[in-house]
Design a protein around this ligand. Sequence first.
Ligand SMILES: [Zn+2]
Length: 472
Amino acid sequence: MSDKKSFYLTTPIFYPNASLHMGHAYVMTIADIMARWHRLKGDDTYFLAGSDENTAKVLKVAEENGQSVEEFLDKVSAGFESLYKELEISHDQFIRTSDKTVHWPGALKMWESLVKADAIYKGTYEGLYCVSCETFYTEKELVDGKCPVHGTVPERIKENNYFFRLSKYAPEIKRAIESGEMEVLPESRKNEILAFIGRGLEDVSFSRPKSAVPHGIPVPGDEEQVIYVWCDALVSYISALGYGREDDANFNKFWPADYHVVGKDILRFHTAIWPGMLLAAGLPLPKKVLVHGLIILGGQKMSKTIGNVINPKELIDEYGAEALRYFLARKVSIFEDSDMTKESFKDAYNGDLANGLGNLTSRIMTLAETNLSAPVELPEKSIPQDYIDAIEKFEINRVANIVWGKIAELDKEIQEKKPWESKDKDLIASLAVKLYTIGRMLNPIMPETSAKIKALVKENKKPGTPLFLRKD
Ligand SMILES: [Zn+2]
């Protein structure tokens, strides 16, 4: 056995019907920071992203756009990939649930495992269905008879469906969460899901009539039904690794996941239905489910209807991907909802990047290039322990705060010791070494800036142009 630790991290597979917004950029960035950290540590790391394509809504939106489902999906997933590339997301795989070669065998194998475990049965479902959520709601869950998310009146649907016996697995799911076998982070979300399970879990509809989702995955042995979203979408976390395919080496190596990173709107699916399915299929549970906060604007959840959406692409075009990654890492709380405006973004950019990190780099490297005859000697290891503790716990804000704390300390030291007067070579060399360490610590958050700073120190050169140009 190798002593290399494996590390597997997933982001939700996104619905391809919404335009890309800051929420997508956020979850991809925090996950990317973790993936980059684990690669840096030498862990054998696998980072999965994807899109959830076998849905009734996709069909509807494709029709509205006058496109075939395939054309529509190809275009949207290309859009995801292009944003990820611009944002320097280092995912190893982008899984698409419409992929019949990669994904479908896993979904079919899961279905068959559930059937074998007697966890699937046929019944009639009558329920209130929100097309936008692709979710059935109970009367209790509605707000004034309307979808709690969309504020629209759900349709009453009666269908012959296959059901998953989720109720049967409730005690085991509860035990797994309570014991920490499957950790739910933060604590408040753990309590929320335990309370939800405590009220009793109902069996879940796991199929839809083929007429509703003609492009869905057919139920084995029943041509009239397709596998419904949970038994399709959630399985992508393991089908991506080869579950259900002949080559399942990655599945054996990386499952169970170290982290599923999810939003609170999909908490229930990941911490009740998904572990239920895995238990029924005799598979290990994910180690941790991390539930991140939302980005809000002016006190409201970002939404197209409210019109307060900030397009991440616009910010990248104007300020660069590194600036956006910085803001998301430092200024957006990982577990709480956070406010964001174009003004707060610009202030952070000018204050912390142009005047802060950029200016510091220029000052130190100008001194170094002028006063040192050769590049400084670099330490083997220099990442502080508090940084390591914070990033290991996924406390991304704290990680960024530690780095900017070091930047402030270094600024202060320069102000106090005035090396431009003394031209003290030892002092200037020690400043360059400290700057290099900051460059190292920046690696997961701002990979390009990190590389630039490290290269400047190694070559003993001042930057040709400022790292971040001030914006007026
Ligand atoms: Zn809805």
